[in-house]
Design a protein around this ligand. Structure first.
Ligand code: MN
Ligand code: MN
Length: 473
């Protein structure tokens, strides 16, 4: 039998899972709720990567950041800068007390989310009804996107370069759109199909109209009526939809969940929750030692391919231009030295252990909703496939940073799901290519990639506190 002192010694040695609301004072819990209220507004208003970039541009400008581009280089004594890449990705920097060449602190998240994109020649008519063809973007469970109100957001660009913004569905007086499903009474055959076959991607066709009162002579009265309406409202014609980024996203606001309002349901929390926490962290630190760089990437949900994704050189080029400004020259070796001395967090969401789907996770190591920021040494499944892995040394450094503020509640994750399952990837591999130290850290969600994802207010606030502490290190 262990004696009493051995027992208390053992309790000091063992690592216990902590839950934010068990550990925090009511003052801190109130701060987490307040932080989440502002986050909900951000989530409701920003449902596409372009909208996030526009909002963040306004926020940075208000906070005295200067916008640069690759032909308008930063001044030698720059303090706060940002660059927008093709309206869909953004990177910003805050000058630290030390020189940028001695290494920087980077937080990278992604601002694209799974959704339905509009095809290029999408509008057609069938049985006096008009529809739009879609092609889903990112990994979705197709059946989750039927029978719910959907908004259309994005831009149409005319041949003359004029950009026309579209946002239909966000105002309470706006119409919304819907994808129909079969009534249960006639679904006997459908219900026998596998879930993945019940609604095929090619059948995610958006119902957009049925009014045929005008155009009496036309063979496609409903479609023609809709083309007329689009022309009246936006001065566009059918061909203009070929040069458009139009996204179908769930309608409605981000909302509190539960009698205690302790969680948030909203569209696009993967990964706008980390984007929001990282920008708030960066705007609320004073005089960091190291230069801060925060990156909002596009294209993560389809593998980071594309010139606005992590595969693009733009974030490295931006860092090179900071160095060039400071030293009045561009030196490839200096850039390499800077990157290899830099620390990065790939800030992205992961899956929380769902007690009703327990068999996909290892209950011993799975991360829990409400137990704080998730620190992931690696992400890939099946033999850590395709994943970056932070070194023991870098994990120790991050652990020390997180433990230096007792309000930061955090938990460690060993990948997503059971070892033999597929797992998921993040942008961390692209930063490891620059020979930076990089670790995955973020927030655990329920319903990831569903129209409404669930996050815990304690985890969101922990991530904000953790990102601040990291940027001050
Ligand atoms: Mn993600
Ligand atoms: Mn995702």
């Amino acid at each position: 039998m262990p004696n009493k002192s051995n027992k208390s010694q053992a309790s000091k040695l063992s690592l216990k899972r902590q839950f934010c609301f068990d550990k925090w004072s009511s003052t801190t819990i109130n701060k987490a709720y307040k932080f989440s209220d502002d986050y909900k507004t951000f989530l409701t208003n920003n449902k596409t990567e372009r909208e996030v970039v526009e909002t963040v541009t306004k926020l940075l400008t208000k906070n005295n950041f200067t916008q640069i581009n690759f032909t308008n280089k930063p001044p030698k004594n720059w303090k706060k800068l940002f660059l927008v890449n093709r309206h869909k990705a953004l990177i910003f920097a805050i000058k630290g007390k030390k020189s940028t060449s001695s290494g920087i602190n980077v937080i990278a998240s992604h601002i694209d989310s799974p959704r339905l994109d509009i095809k290029l020649t999408p509008i057609y008519e069938k049985e006096h009804l008009a529809y739009m063809k879609t092609h889903y973007y990112g990994g979705i469970k197709t059946y989750q996107w039927t029978t719910l109100p959907l908004e259309l957001r994005g831009v149409v660009v005319l041949e003359n370069g004029q950009r026309i913004k579209i946002n239909i569905g966000s105002k309470s007086t706006d119409p919304v759109f819907i994808i129909t499903d079969l009534l249960p009474h006639l679904s006997e055959k459908q219900m026998e199909l596998k879930l993945k076959d019940a609604i095929m991607g090619e059948n995610l066709n958006l119902l957009i109209g049925s009014n045929s009162t005008k155009n009496k002579q036309s063979k496609q009265k409903v479609k023609d009526n809709i083309l007329n309406l689009l022309n009246q409202k936006y001065a566009i014609k059918e061909e203009d939809l070929i040069s458009a980024d139009l996204e179908i996203v769930p309608a409605g606001s981000a909302r509190d969940i539960g009698f205690d309002s302790s969680m948030i349901a909203g569209y696009g929390q993967d990964d706008r929750v980390c984007a929001y926490a990282s920008i708030q962290a960066a705007l609320n630190i004073k005089n960091p030692d190291k230069t801060t760089v925060v990156i909002f990437l596009d294209r993560e949900e389809i593998g980071s391919y594309g010139n606005t994704g992590a595969i693009s050189s733009f974030s490295k080029d931006f860092i090179a231009s900071l160095l060039a400004a400071e030293t009045n020259q561009f030196d490839e070796n200096q850039l390499r030295d800077c990157l290899s001395a830099s620390s990065a967090i790939s800030a992205d969401v992961t899956a929380a252990f769902d007690p009703h789907f327990a068999d996909v996770s290892d209950p011993i190591t799975a991360v829990r909703m409400g137990a704080g920021l998730v620190l992931e040494k690696y992400t890939g499944g099946r033999g850590k496939g395709g994943s970056n892995e932070a070194s023991a040394e870098y994990m120790a450094k991050i652990r020390k940073i997180l433990n230096s503020n007792k309000e930061i509640i955090w938990q460690a994750a060993s990948g997503t799901g059971k070892v033999d399952f597929r797992g998921g990837g993040t942008v961390s591999i692209f930063f490891s290519q620059h020979n930076m130290d990089v670790v995955d850290a973020g927030i655990a969600l329920f319903n990831m990639h569903a129209p409404f994802e669930v996050a815990h207010k304690g985890d969101i606030y922990s991530a904000y506190l953790a990102f601040k502490q990291f940027l001050l290190s």
